[in-house]
Design a protein around this ligand. Sequence first.
Ligand SMILES: [Ca+2]
Ligand SMILES: [Ca+2]
Ligand SMILES: [Ca+2]
Ligand SMILES: [Ca+2]
Length: 469
Amino acid sequence: MKARLLLGTLSAAGIALSVGQMSATAVPGDGGTSNFLAGPDVIVGAIPDVASYGSGTVGGVAMRAYAFGSDSCNIGTSQLGWFANSANHPVIPQNAYRIKNGRIEQIGMSWMKYGFCALQQTLCGTCTPAGSGCPSLLGIGCSDPYTASLNGTQSSLGPRSKVNPTTGVFPADTGTETATWPAVSSNGGSMARRLQIRQDDLNPTLNTGAVYLAECQYVHPEDASNNNDNNNASYRLFTVNANYGITLTGQTFQQKPAIYHYTTVVPTATITAVDAADGRYIVACNVSNNGNGTYRYEYAVHNLNSDRAGASFSVPLPANVTITNAGFKDIAYHSGEAYDGTDWTFSASGGQAKWQCTQTFAQNPRANALRWSSLYNFWFDASVPAATGNGSIGHFKVAGSTAVSMKVPSNPCRAGDLDCNGIVDGADLGGVLAAWGNCSAPCAADLDGNGVVNGADLGIQLSQWGTGI
Ligand SMILES: [Ca+2]
Ligand SMILES: [Ca+2]
Ligand SMILES: [Ca+2]
Ligand SMILES: [Ca+2]
């Protein structure tokens, strides 16, 4: 279990400024999610460039492969290990997301780049070098660049399943270890291990108005053991041209994953960071009026670094709320990463709408859990507008769940609807008339709560007559 010291948005921004992150391609800020900076603390300072590896067919689907560069910084107070072919260096996954039609979804993921030695540069301000050349430590305040071509080098990309994202522990990438990884040649060729995105998810004619986001994350055992691992993802916007060329645009948003950009594009959305016992989830939610008596509920759940992972997502559901058009979207692992991809099932009963992984950890440790550095979508239409309530992320590797404050369907039972069926009608009127006169609490018909059922209560009820809302 981790104890985390959370800083407010203002103080976190102040720290970012103090370490000089106002460079040309970097802006400070983490939405208040960063930790105290004692010990080594690696972040992604910038996502400077992109490499393209053409197209291929994976599982019968036209796919494109890319890699993003990543400049990391040690903004902590001690040096960070960067020993090649050991268990003490960063591992670096990349992701791509798209915000379109009110939804943010993950459209791509890569394997993890295994780090090796660190240059001692100054992207994030004053650097105290850990040595000359490319030593096996990243000095305090120093930065280390990995170009896109390095992050796209297939031989130094390993499976995500090899790391515990909570502790940052992974096996050393010795020759013996890397020989166990699924081979490039039989798992996608030039597409293998790299950031794969479906061609249709990028095609400009199919994605008018889409906003695209590149994300890089560093995982490191020393950063994690010092509880500095909630600021390890950064993102940057990109555009796509008709030839599937990618251009990075604007500044790198440091120390927060791409899901934080959702509210920029969808201003009515809310974002909530919640810490499970072993790691952090970020939940985005937006509710919009469909204009036909129903409301669209959109949820995106991002697992930043929980090894226990998510096995279900549930939303409380008051009686008499009608749910339609429920949906789910995950992201496919690839290149021989041995995770199942079966979509979660949906049910609406027993007071909750719930999506659930089809297998438990005991049944299949490789089942389709919501694992670290990935984002799944959940949505439905409901017959009522939103209220604030608690959703729940059920855990995969252990029992239990984590509550999330978010928008949920409101209770349709309003004043005068004595039988709470969503409509005020003669049945409810009968209830008020039957209770006419003195009425001691609890008395459902005493709508203004003054101890007597009379014309005032009747007036309230008549004002609510019909289906309301
Ligand atoms: Ca960190
Ligand atoms: Ca799936
Ligand atoms: Ca009623
Ligand atoms: Ca009354």
